[in-house]
Design a protein around this ligand. Structure first.
Ligand code: ZN
Length: 216
């Protein structure tokens, strides 16, 4: 049920969306070009130990049970999980997905959080979102979200790209996005005033993934 990957050549539109400032931030200054970033990633794979495979297999099993109960109609649920482990210095140590692979940081794997099962269910949702955009976009539109082209954000801060939320959506005149403000921070652009405000509003991919977590 789980492939614990120790190396994979992954291509994803995410990489093309990164600016050099963003690469610097997401590698703690170790890389500034795409080439250096990719090289760093390829050197940052952490092998899975027998013990960590056993522990994380249990979490996957529990997450899978819940997702199958919640979405009996999704056939893709039965596909094997692919989980990779990268050094924690990359991508702020966050968990995220690229294509059909879940990436976890080495520190998270070594010290699993209490909510490891929820975290896995959240990430698995991002993989379904990528595989079935039409299903999820229909859901988002029904909730009032509007799909929009990439906007120009009037900010001095560095914009951050979330690999799990590459497209742009607007909700009630507000567009959520991430910036660097000493740490990754959520902001929204008000379309009518062009003002940037703090917000709880997240990209619909994230809102849905968090909603799955709270359904446990
Ligand atoms: Zn997420």
């Amino acid at each position: 049920m789980v492939d614990f990957l120790s190396q994979v050549d992954i291509k994803d539109p995410y990489f093309a969306a990164l600016s050099s400032e963003e690469i610097l931030l997401k590698t703690k200054g170790k890389a500034s070009t795409m080439h250096a970033y990719m090289e760093l990633r390829s050197r940052s794979w952490i092998p899975w130990t027998k013990e960590s495979k056993q522990i994380w297999s249990k979490y996957v099993y529990q997450a899978q049970q819940h997702l199958e109960r919640a979405f009996p109609q999704i056939e893709q649920l039965k596909t094997p999980w692919k989980i990779a482990q990268l050094d924690q210095s990359i991508e702020f140590g966050y968990s995220y997905t690229l294509q059909n692979v879940i990436f976890l940081s080495s520190s998270l794997v070594a010290t699993p959080p209490k909510d490891a099962v929820l975290l896995l269910a959240h990430e698995r949702m991002h993989i379904f979102q990528r595989l079935h955009p039409e299903v999820f976009h229909t859901l988002y539109r029904a909730k009032g979200w509007v799909s929009i082209p990439a906007p120009t954000i009037p900010t001095q801060n560095i914009l951050l790209t979330n690999p799990d939320a590459l497209d742009w959506w607007e909700f009630e005149g507000k567009i959520p996005f991430l910036i660097w403000d000493g740490k990754p921070a959520l902001r929204a652009l008000d379309i009518s005033t062009q003002e940037i405000t703090s917000t709880q509003l997240q990209h619909p991919n994230e809102e849905l993934a968090y909603a799955i977590e709270s359904s446990f």
